[in-house]
Design a protein around this ligand. Sequence first.
Ligand code: FAD
Length: 383
Amino acid sequence: MHLELSEEQEAVRRLAADFVAREVAPHVVAWDRAEEVDRGIVKKLGDLGFLGLTIPEEYGGSGGDHLAYCLVTEELGRGDSSVRGIVSVSLGLVAKTLAAWGTEEQKRAWLPRLTAGEALGCFGLTEPGTGSDAGNLATRAVRDGDGYRLTGTKTFITNGTWADLALVFARTGDAPGHRGVSAFLVPTDTPGLTRRPIHGKLGLRGQATAELVLEDVRVPARALLGPEGKGFTVAMSALAKGRMSVAAGCVGIAQAALDAAVRYAGEREQFGKPIASYQLVQELLSDIAVDVEAARLLTWRVADLIDRGRDFATAASQAKLYASEAAVRCANNALQVFGGYGYIDEYPVGKLLRDARVMTLYEGTSQIQKLIIGRALTGISAF
Ligand code: FAD
């Protein structure tokens, strides 16, 4: 195994790190307090090619492999998870799914705009009554001439109030459970679609999270993404790759926690010496460092499996499970190193902990990842 990055991968990592230092880091506290990232960041992400990674150039993408995508995601997560999430959803869950399942017409219609950051995507799976049991969703798509009419409510939708395109999962026909689900590309300016911002989140406060209400939203037949009745397969294929992206974002959080804690421990003095000189503080630092490396290697392994065309779904669940739990532990340990200052938002570690916490919940909770891994080990579904 080659664990060294190529020159190209190093260059893309540096590009992302420089972007974060210049365009993100100076605003992180203000955006978090205002509960809104500056929307101009979307176009800037597009201009640098970060919204087109792994997408073929013929559709406006910037190409690159999944490891490069992980590196960019990690750097963005190191800077601000709210910014990282914009990319993970618009590119990771929407554009990549469109590239994999879309018709030529669908790809030409949306991918150039999504990759350029001229349009933003959101992923509408979760509903007020169905989260982990997503296959049981209640939103309906009823045949209407040569199109469909969609009615239902989606909640907790990242990029929701900003998005131009919603990938919406709805029930077509009477087949029970996930077999009756189909995927639709719904422009958010379609009559009947309204959006309500969700405020007061514990973390990811800069992100535009929303509830989407669909009341008799009419879409043409060409809005169907993938075959009718295969929508759950579309959603699960999106989430499997999405979990790699979440894991990479968690590595970024954990690395940021390590950097901040090491720096602070060297500067802060108590009992006449830097706190870095105390064994119990070094234990906190070394616990963080081991978590960072383990989470990174599990995540890179997923990228490598995808790039070599191998099965990666269980590895993605393992990486997402480990990296998300590790990010919470690392941010919490870093907060301990900061003492009382860690509890104040002028210092970075409190936000890292708040942002990390949701990573164990979305794109499948930690319990759901364990059930996926358990099913792969035993052949028995315990859902
Ligand atoms: P529930 O499914 O009600 O789970 C509650 C608890 O029960 C959890 O601990 C869970 O692990 C446990 N549980 C449930 N079933 C089982 C079981 N069989 N065995 C053991 N334990 C179980 N969704 C989208 O579609 N698009 C988005 O862009 C999006 N962004 C989000 C952003 C944020 C900030 C948040 C908070 C959520 C987002 N979500 C999004 C929704 C997210 O994916 C769901 O919250 C998640 O899937 C969990 O669903 P739930 O919240 O309904 O919890």
